[in-house]
Design a protein around this ligand. Structure first.
Ligand code: NI
Length: 233
């Protein structure tokens, strides 16, 4: 069970097992969950913080996540909501500053300690109105890349990850285009054709589900190998 509670401070929010065990003496876990959802979340005091995201030093990130069965549990739905909320807020400068959020475009469940195959990607869409930020959200359960382009690209400024909190350099070759299949939150089959940045995001997040980090793709002996072969974006 994963409970995350926010206080107005910048403290980490993963609620300790002790408190949960204490609460469980008096209430059933579904009663506790209902309470948290009803009162804490509604008041806006329930969200993921940067320090709730697991760092690369934690070996859980190296484990392979398990396939998800439907229907989704309440907890998984809640996690997805939290992941989406974090990613959206982190891309809104004002909120990112207010809550001290490190900007991110994608997150996999394992990054909040849940070894299940689901990912969330939030991508800002360009609009004519500069004042308003609009986002496309992709929630994919049991995602799989079913086809890919031959062409490879890489992020010129270097790929990043919410779980890697240090400077990294090097080229991470990714398919320029890929097709991802999986399921939505209701268990309906979905297929997404992704290109450029979105294609990279899917490959990055699906890697997480297999215990792979982007740094694994960088050749330590020659970090910029392929610079002349692949296209920078
Ligand atoms: Ni990542």
């Amino acid at each position: 069970m994963l409970f995350i509670i926010t206080t107005p401070t910048k403290k980490c929010n993963l609620l300790g097992e002790n408190i949960l065990t204490f609460l469980e003496i008096f209430f059933s876990s579904s009663q506790i969950e209902d309470f948290v959802l009803k009162y804490v979340q509604k008041s806006g005091g329930f969200m993921l913080k940067t320090c709730d995201i697991i760092d690369e030093k934690n070996k859980i990130l190296r484990q392979v996540s398990e396939e998800v069965t439907f229907p989704l549990t309440k907890e998984d739905k809640k996690n997805i909501k939290l992941m989406e909320e974090y990613l959206v807020n982190s891309q809104i400068e004002e909120l990112a500053e207010k809550y001290d959020l490190r900007p991110g475009m994608g997150m996999s469940a394992v990054q909040i300690g849940v070894l299940k195959r689901y990912i969330v990607i939030v991508m800002e869409v360009t609009t004519e109105d500069d004042d308003e930020q609009v986002f496309d959200t992709y929630v994919v359960i049991n995602p799989k890349i079913v086809s890919n382009s031959e062409e490879k690209i890489y992020v010129e400024d270097g790929e990043g990850c919410l779980s890697i909190n240090r400077e990294t350099t090097g080229i991470v070759p990714r398919f320029a285009r890929c097709t991802v299949e999986g399921y939505d939150m209701d268990g309906k089959k979905i297929r997404i054709r992704a290109r450029e940045e979105l294609s990279i995001a899917f490959q990055h997040e699906i890697d997480h589900l297999n215990g792979i980090l982007f740094i694994d793709h960088i050749d330590p002996k020659d970090p910029f190998k392929g610079k002349d072969i692949y296209r920078p974006i």
